[in-house]
Write a protein that binds this ligand. Structure first.
Ligand code: BG6
Ligand code: MG
Length: 213
């Protein structure tokens, strides 16, 4: 094993924007009179904005046109971006910051591999706009996780092969993507329970134990 680079998912790994996704989707679902709860929200982890909306609309008996759906997705994103704009560098935990710094000092190259089109906004809010060597996100992919595209693009940007990269994820869809792309993976939360995860971990800082000898 020769891991030289690390590709981090963003939402739920580097920062906890997943609760803002929930609040924004909940507001939209309530307005449309559609049932939505935390359990359904968990199915949206790692999934693109439009695929997430389609999962939410499974609870509705109405059929919506593609045009209506894109209006709903925009509406949700408007609410979500307002919440993101309230974030600051205090939304980056000491644990994540210190771990990233230790991994950098140990010589690892690092990238983001996220389905989110708001990746750059989030990174700048939490003070990490300049930290990563590459950013692969919802703006440079055509297929979202569990497809490996976002991680393959990140590896390409880093000029590394998948077998030399570790993917860090909180979503089962992300572990599947890592596995299908030929990457090692570390899984947090529900991702730790995926059958193909290489290393289930409990805390973000466990990466130091795993990667720094
Ligand atoms: C992922 C989240 O990181 O980004 C998903 O886990 C979300 O829940 C997806 O749907 C797309 O995000 P955005 O910011 O482009 O709407
Ligand atoms: Mg995530």
């Amino acid at each position: 094993m020769n891991i030289r680079a690390i590709i981090f998912d963003l939402d739920g790994v580097i920062c906890f924007t997943d609760r803002y996704h929930y609040q924004a989707w909940k507001q939209l679902a309530d307005r449309l009179g559609i049932y939505f709860d935390e359990k359904i929200n968990n199915r949206l982890r790692g999934v693109s904005r439009m695929d997430s909306l389609n999962i939410i609309l499974e609870q509705s008996s109405k059929e919506y046109s593609e045009e209506e759906k894109s209006i709903f997705a925009e509406e949700k994103n408007g609410i979500y971006v307002k919440l993101l704009n309230q974030m600051s560098t205090s939304d980056l935990s000491d644990e994540v910051r210190e771990t990233l710094e230790a991994l950098r000092a140990a010589g690892y190259r690092m990238a983001i591999g996220s389905s989110s089109k708001n990746t750059k906004l989030i990174l700048s809010r939490i003070g990490l706009a300049q930290f990563f060597d590459a950013i692969s996100d919802g703006t440079n992919i055509t297929r979202s996780k569990p497809d490996p595209e976002v991680f393959l693009k990140a590896a390409e940007m880093l000029h590394e092969r998948p077998e030399n990269c570790l993917v860090v994820e909180d979503a089962k869809a992300g572990i599947q993507a890592a596995y299908d792309g030929g990457f090692y993976s570390a899984g947090l939360g529900e991702a730790a329970g995926h059958g193909h995860v290489t290393w289930p971990i409990k805390e973000f800082s466990d990466l130091k134990r795993l990667l720094i000898s």
